[in-house]
Design a binder for this molecule. Structure first.
Ligand SMILES: Cc1cc2nc3c(=O)[nH]c(=O)nc-3n(C[C@H](O)[C@H](O)[C@H](O)COP(=O)(O)O)c2cc1C
Length: 384
């Protein structure tokens, strides 16, 4: 397969390969998808101010994050059901991340269980969980993650009620996929995906939820999962999880500076400024627009990461120049996974690595550790 030259090209390839309900499940957002679009557009409100005479013949793209050195400042964020995009999609993506020298975050809603991932992947992995009505289940997931040697725990806070994703509703997207006449037409129209997934589809499941000895049906689980989450979740729960999990704890879905400051006081190690890729609260602020106030609120007391709309190496550079320590990739990873499995995800990471390296070289930046902040960026209006 020829090398894709942009994330947009990976998206087109995924669209060509995936049945529409599966493509839309990843591609879509909540309601009018305004926040989804705003995430991408926000990167246009900043422009780079190059200083080529600083001399950046070689560039160091590595960053220090929660006690680890990563080769690049982008991680693969948690996305449920990656195993629907490629056989054993989670393992494939984790391997690609490992090869690139970065982190793979496993979603609560992965097809493969955290135990399976731990056995088949030697790299750096973080585990994402929620606060469930049954706090014992949150505890169980955290304990299993510790036994499986996940290096960090991510608590996602913006998903306690499921966003209204109208593309999924219109497509009748369901897990496991339904096979009525309409659905059948979607699936047979993509024979390559269908053929590669023929053995996976009948046993597709949410690996982390299948407790030993209780082979709950996936359809049952999918229906129940949203109801298992507790919208009454509160700061006490974060403090409780802090006592349970001795390693690095991240809070994902922080947009408000007051919440960021409170998280830092409670002893959370890092924040992910995120609106769930516009899949939850449509009308929520774009992640990049929320970043400066969050950084002001926490100073250097915790590491601040960002996700949402990162589609270019220069986007990562802008987020880092504003003060983010690293960025996470959601959809780009699924599009690349759908287009060519592990090789596709690695190619996508390499593409972003090259784009970032080139942008740094053209800006005269030799190291991300020494990013001169404001000197790199100007608000779009100021440059016009
Ligand atoms: C198909 C899909 C599934 C997702 N599942 C989860 C999840 O299980 N847990 C979570 O914290 N975030 C989940 N996310 C959100 C991503 O982690 C991330 O916040 C978002 O995709 C970033 O935006 P981007 O897609 O523009 O990169 C999911 C996103 C997508 C696209």
């Amino acid at each position: 397969m020829t090398q894709a030259q942009s994330i947009a090209e990976f998206r087109r390839r995924a669209q060509a390969r995936l049945p529409r309900p599966v493509f839309d499940f990843a591609d879509g957002g909540a309601e009018d998808e305004g926040t989804l679009r705003a995430n991408e557009r926000a990167f246009e409100s900043w422009q780079l101010l190059p200083q080529p005479l600083r001399g950046a013949a070689t560039r160091d793209l590595s960053v220090e994050l929660l006690g680890q050195r990563l080769a690049v400042p982008f991680l693969i964020g948690p996305t449920g059901l990656a195993g629907l995009f490629w056989p054993q999609g989670e393992v494939a993506s984790a391997r690609a991340a490992h090869r690139m020298g970065t982190v793979y975050c496993l979603s609560h809603g992965s097809v493969c269980s955290m135990e399976t991932l731990a056995q088949s992947h030697a790299g750096l992995r973080w585990m994402q969980v929620f606060i469930y009505k049954d706090r014992g289940f949150t505890r169980e997931l955290a304990e299993r993650a510790r036994e499986c040697r996940f290096a960090a725990l991510i608590l996602t806070i913006d998903n306690q009620l499921l966003g209204k994703r109208e593309r999924d509703l219109a497509n009748g997207f369901a897990i496991p996929p339904r096979f009525g006449l309409r659905e059948f037409a979607h699936y047979v129209s993509k024979p390559r995906w269908w053929w590669s997934m023929r053995r996976e589809l009948p046993r597709l499941s949410f690996g982390n939820y299948l407790r030993e000895g209780s082979p709950a049906s996936v359809a049952n689980l999918a229906g129940k999962m949203a109801g298992m989450l507790d919208p009454a979740m509160h700061w006490d729960d974060v403090a409780w999880l802090r006592t349970l999990w001795p390693g690095p704890l991240l809070l994902k879905g922080v947009l408000h500076p007051a919440e960021a400051a409170q998280a830092a006081r409670i002893g959370v190690d890092a924040l992910i400024v995120s609106n769930h890729g516009g899949r939850q609260l449509d009308g929520a602020i774009a992640s990049l627009d929320a970043l400066p106030a969050v950084l002001d609120a926490v100073g250097t007391s915790v590491a601040v990461l960002l996700d949402g709309g990162v589609r270019r190496g220069s986007h990562a550079l802008k987020a880092l120049a504003l003060g983010a320590r690293a960025v996470l990739l959601g959809r780009p990873h699924l599009w690349a996974l759908a287009s060519d499995g592990e090789a596709g995800v690695y190619a996508m990471l390499e593409l972003l690595r090259q784009e970032l390296d080139r942008a740094m070289g053209l800006c005269g930046i030799s190291s991300l550790g020494a990013l001169p902040g404001a000197a790199v960026l100007a608000p779009t209006r100021a440059v016009r």
